[in-house]
Design a protein around this ligand. Structure first.
Ligand code: NAD
Ligand code: ZN
Length: 237
């Protein structure tokens, strides 16, 4: 694909693969384990209700890890692309904060954010990343003293900002999917919405994902190696 201009409307969907080169493990769909835990135990409302301390500790570990990792060249390349284009949206399934820290602005975290905690009673959301909020003890809401939970979309919960996502997908010229296995719904349906509306579709991934044949283009490899060169080529043209 060589025909990118400032006016091209691009929507991007990223998954765990884009953060792999920063040192954050991907979710291994093959064995259903996320950092050695069953997803049912740590990524469902049932898991949280059954054992809040285990789930809390799991996400506190992920939250503390954010202090030790940095955005990689793939995150940065997407910032360069955003700065070049008039119309851009980045949708991420990731709950890490690397896109935001790299400088992405038009950004939707459809599966929530590790940085944030949410009150189970009043839904108040706060960014809580200082040392006092990264320990093993469960925390209370500063507004109503309700129990705080991770601001993460667990399996069976609805993803965030789907209306904005749908609107952007139905208007985009190019839809690019990066570093996602493509089998977590509804993200996997985004491809079909974009295609139905006539967008050119590109997949960049280390392994061919299950839905690889539905894309117009598949570029195999590491996002941190492919994206900087690709974006540079589009921008400099
Ligand atoms: P996934 O782990 O199911 O798939 C990751 C994909 O990325 C794989 O197909 C793999 O081949 C590819 N990949 C690995 N390294 C790559 C690289 N360097 N460059 C390009 N591609 C690479 O991830 P998913 O589809 O995003 O689904 C996982 C779910 O679990 C998400 O919904 C997310 O919320 C959560 N999760 C988030 C994080 C994070 O925030 N960083 C990490 C793990 C899991
Ligand atoms: Zn509250």
């Amino acid at each position: 694909m060589n025909m990118i201009t400032k006016g091209t409307r691009i929507v991007i969907l990223t998954g765990a693969g884009i953060s792999a080169e920063s040192g954050i493990q991907t979710f291994r769909a093959s064995d259903g384990l996320w950092e050695n835990h069953r997803v049912e135990d740590v990524a469902t409302p049932q898991g949280w209700n059954a054992n809040p301390q285990l789930v809390w500790s799991f996400y506190q570990q992920r939250r503390r890890q954010l202090l030790d990792v940095e955005p990689n060249p793939a995150h940065t390349a997407l910032v360069d692309l955003e700065n070049y284009l008039d119309n851009f949206l980045l949708i991420t399934q990731n709950v890490d904060n690397l896109h935001g820290r790299a400088g992405s602005k038009q950004l939707i975290h459809m599966h929530g954010e590790l940085e944030k905690l949410r009150c189970e009673q009043c839904n108040h959301i706060e960014i809580m990343m200082d040392r006092d909020h990264l320990g093993e003890e469960l925390l209370q809401c500063t507004k109503c003293e309700g129990r705080l939970r991770p601001h993460i979309v667990w399996f069976s919960e609805p993803p965030l900002q789907l209306l904005e996502i749908d609107d952007a997908l139905s208007k985009c010229d190019v839809f690019i999917v990066i570093g996602t296995s493509g089998n977590v719904t509804p993200a996997s349906t985004f491809l079909h919405i974009a295609k139905f509306e006539g967008a050119h579709t590109i997949c960049i991934n280390l392994d061919p994902p299950e839905n690889v044949y539905f894309f117009d283009e598949f570029i195999q490899g590491k996002a941190g190696e492919i994206l900087p060169a690709l974006v540079q080529r589009w921008i400099e043209k």
